[in-house]
Each structure stands twice: as structure tokens, then as C-alpha cells.
Design a protein around this ligand. Structure first.
Ligand code: AMP
Length: 419
């Protein structure tokens, strides 16, 4: 396996799987180019070393070819603005034009393929099956798409001399462009800088953290975070539990949670986590109080209440004064901090002050020497919203991929390069 720094790109065409799944406004303009910026160092490195670049990515979830609101052509100005090099558009992934354009590519030039997910072959899942399709029909359709996937991947691979995977966000998927294509480049495949940095940051935190190590796990539901909480209990010294999960934990212990988000079927799981944590000497920190609202909207009335004594018709939407202080004090006592999931409904400004306090405390701890890793779509949106992304040690580009990697699962996109 090569590192991008050691590979000789002179006169070579590199096909790079990037994650350009960026948010667009109604006019198709990129509203947040974080993912584009992240991929620039890898692209520049190939160009500097005398290579040319074929970029490929997915964008959104198109269900068919030519669903132009998902066309990658829209993001070309945003790439060119960051790269400072013209980006030619192939208009397709596997058509003649794409092949001719790739063949004609000269050192220093860059081209972009159309949205990979215009083709069912990218994900290898059949499309357009009737709802009442029989199992046999489903199996046939799956076999058909798998068969055409081979041709699709072969075609993509034929454009290039080497393959770089720099899309950490999709590394947990075994898709044509994220994993299968690597087999065509047994001696010429490598990670880009985004991938290298992600793996280094996460491995560092999970394998060799400075202690005390605290994980802050927020978000809405226990059911979606349980695997990661259990995995983290093997590594951390403490867990701050925030967000909607708070109320499942409170109710499981006999608290009153009003209209707060609550998963009664998760009560045994929540109690089990508390018991295991006690046995292992892991401190679980929850907020003693909650900001409660009489509606789930910016116009709602709000007040503070104990997190386990919320009146009927009110719901917990954020941590309150005591929680902010408790979380801050705890964060400042730690040397490694992992943050996944907001501690309140941060999308509504009135309910975002708890998540802001957490972000500020992490920035403060980082300034004092702690290592902080922020990951998972919503926590990244949070840290960006508060303008603190450059005050923490590392902001991961991965959501699902980050969680699966931390859970110890082998990511197909990573395994395909390493094997
Ligand atoms: P997740 O994707 O599981 O990390 O959840 C993130 C979502 O959890 C965000 O959209 C938050 O608005 C939401 N969330 C955080 N705290 C609460 C809460 N107290 N009640 C309802 N949703 C919440």
C-alpha cells in the first residue's frame, strides 16, 4: 500500500473518490463547501507531482439517471474557486465522452464525472422494483445489478492509472467507487489526505488516548447511540449523556419527563448502561436540569426545570444553567474529549445555548492542552454554527463511517485499500 506522498504521479491519471456530497440552495449553489475544501490538498498533491485528476463523487440520493437537481455540474464553480484550476465536466460517468475526456487528460488537468448515484450500479442495489415484487423477482433484480456493476466499475477503472480513496464519509459502504474499484489497482491504490488524517485521528483517540478520556454523546435517541456507548465504555473514563437521550435515562430511573422524547423500550438498556458504568468505574454525567418548552418551535415559551421532574405538556429541549456548569467543569477536567451529538435541539437558536456551552468548553479545554475530536454530522454542524471549528483538535468528515470505525467495524473503503 502506498502513501500519497510516496507515489510517483508523473504522467499518471489518478481517479479520486471524493466526498462532494455538499448542501445546495434552491439555485444549486453550494452553501457549505467544507467537504470540497477538505479534498483540495489531495488533488493539489497529484497535480504538483505531474499527474492529472479524475474526480468522482455522489451527491444526494437521486433515484434515477439525469435527475439534474443532483447534477455535480452545479458544484464546479465551488471546486474551481478553491482549487484555482479549471475543472472539465464529463457529463456522465461511463459514456463515450467521459472516456474520451479521460484519455485526453494532460498532466495538471482535472475533470469531474457526473453523480455516481445516477447509476444503480454505484450502490449495487436494484431500483424501480414494484412494491409487490416477489422474493424471486427481488433476487433476480439484485443479481442483474450486481452483474452490470462489474462493467460499471471496470469502465471507471479504465480511465486511470491509479486510485485514491479520499471519501471517509462513504468508507462504511461497499460501493463501486468506494471499495470495489480498488481491486483494479492492486499496486496503485492509496488513501488521500482526508482518509489518512481521519484514520490517524480516530486511531489516536481510540487506541492511545491521554487520560482522563471523556465522550460526550448527545443526539435524539438511545436506540441509535447504544452500540457506540457500549463500545466507548471499553475505552473512556467518563461519558456525558445529553440531548433527547437524557429523558429516557431519567424516566428509566423513575423520573417525570412530560412530553420529552422518550423510548420506554430502551429503559432496560439505559439501566444496564448505568449498572455497567458503575461496575467499571466509569463516571456518567447527565444534566441535573433541563430547558423545557411548551412547543417544539422557536415561538415556544421556555423555563428551567429539574431534568427528572418535567411538567405535563412540557418537553426538555436543552440542558439548563446547572447542566451547562456541570458539563463545562467536567470537560475542563479531561485530556481527551470526543463529541458526538448535540445536547439540545441546536437547530433552534433558543434551544442551542447548551450545545454552545459544550462547544465553548471543548475549545477552552483544547486551548489548555486537551485533544478534542468532533464527529457526526450534527456535532460538526454545531461546532461550525458557533464558529469554533478551528479551536478544536480535529473535526471529522464522517458520520456513519466515524461511528462504525469507532465501534471497531472494518470499513469496506478502508479494507479495500489496506488488503
Ligand atoms: P443524532 O442524529 O441522533 O445525533 O441526533 C441529532 C438530533 O438530536 C438533532 O437534530 C437535535 O435537534 C436532536 N435533539 C437533541 N436534543 C434533543 C431533545 N432534547 N429533544 C429532541 N431532539 C433533540
Amino acid at each position: 500500500m502506498f502513501a500519497i506522498d510516496n507515489y510517483d504521479f508523473k504522467g499518471k491519471r489518478a481517479i479520486i473518490r471524493v466526498d462532494f456530497n455538499v448542501p445546495l440552495d434552491a439555485e444549486g449553489k453550494v452553501t457549505d463547501d467544507t467537504r470540497i475544501r477538505a479534498a483540495i490538498p489531495t488533488i493539489k498533491k497529484v497535480l504538483e507531482k505531474g499527474g492529472s485528476v479524475i474526480l468522482m463523487s455522489h451527491l444526494g440520493r437521486p433515484k434515477k439517471n439525469n435527475d439534474m437537481k443532483f447534477s455535480l455540474e452545479q458544484i464546479i464553480p465551488a471546486i474551481e474557486a478553491r482549487l484555482g484550476v479549471e475543472v472539465k465536466f464529463a457529463g456522465d460517468c461511463i459514456g463515450d465522452k467521459a472516456a474520451q475526456m479521460a484519455a485526453a487528460l494532460k498532466p495538471g488537468e482535472v475533470m469531474l464525472l457526473e453523480n455516481l448515484r445516477f447509476y444503480a450500479e454505484e450502490e449495487g442495489k436494484p431500483r424501480g422494483l414494484a412494491e409487490d415484487a416477489t422474493d424471486e423477482q427481488k433476487a433476480e433484480a439484485k443479481a442483474a445489478v450486481k452483474a452490470s456493476q462489474k462493467e460499471f466499475v471496470k469502465r471507471l477503472a479504465s480511465y486511470a492509472d491509479c486510485y485514491i480513496n479520499d471519501a471517509f464519509g462513504t468508507a462504511h459502504r461497499r460501493h463501486a467507487s468506494t471499495a470495489i474499484i480498488a481491486d483494479f489497482f492492486p499496486n496503485d491504490k492509496m488513501f488521500g489526505y482526508v482518509m489518512e488524517n481521519e484514520l490517524k485521528a480516530i486511531d489516536g483517540v481510540m487506541q492511545n488516548p491521554q487520560r482522563p478520556f471523556c465522550a460526550i454523546i448527545g443526539g435524539s435517541k438511545v436506540s441509535t447511540k447504544i452500540t457506540i456507548i457500549e463500545k466507548l465504555m471499553e475505552k473512556v473514563d467518563s461519558i456525558i449523556i445529553g440531548g433527547g437521550m437524557t429523558y429516557t435515562f431519567a424516566a428509566a430511573q423513575g423520573g417525570k419527563v412530560g412530553n420529552s422524547i422518550c423510548e420506554p423500550d430502551m429503559f432496560p438498556v439505559a439501566l444496564d448502561i448505568l449498572k455497567k458504568a458503575e461496575q467499571k468505574g466509569i463516571k456518567i454525567v447527565t444534566s441535573p436540569d433541563a430547558l423545557i418548552a411548551d412547543a417544539f418551535s422557536a415561538e415556544a415559551n421556555t423555563k428551567e426545570a429539574p431534568a427528572n421532574d418535567i411538567p405535563d405538556n412540557w418537553e426538555g429541549v436543552d440542558i439548563a444553567s446547572e447542566g451547562k456548569k456541570a458539563f463545562r467543569d467536567h470537560i475542563l477536567s479531561c485530556k481527551t474529549i470526543l463529541w458526538n451529538g448535540p445536547v439540545g435541539v441546536f437547530e433552534i437558536d433558543k434551544f442551542a445555548t447548551g450545545s454552545k456551552a459544550v462547544a465553548e468548553a471543548i475549545a477552552e479545554a483544547t486551548e489548555k492542552g486537551a485533544y478534542s475530536l468532533i464527529g457526526g454530522g450534527d456535532s460538526v454542524a454545531c461546532i461550525n454554527k458557533f464558529g469554533l471549528a478551528d479551536k478544536v483538535s480535529y473535526v471529522s468528515t464522517g458520520g456513519g463511517a466515524l461511528l462504525e470505525y469507532m465501534e471497531g467495524k472494518e470499513l469496506p473503503g478502508v479494507a479495500a485499500i489496506r488488503k
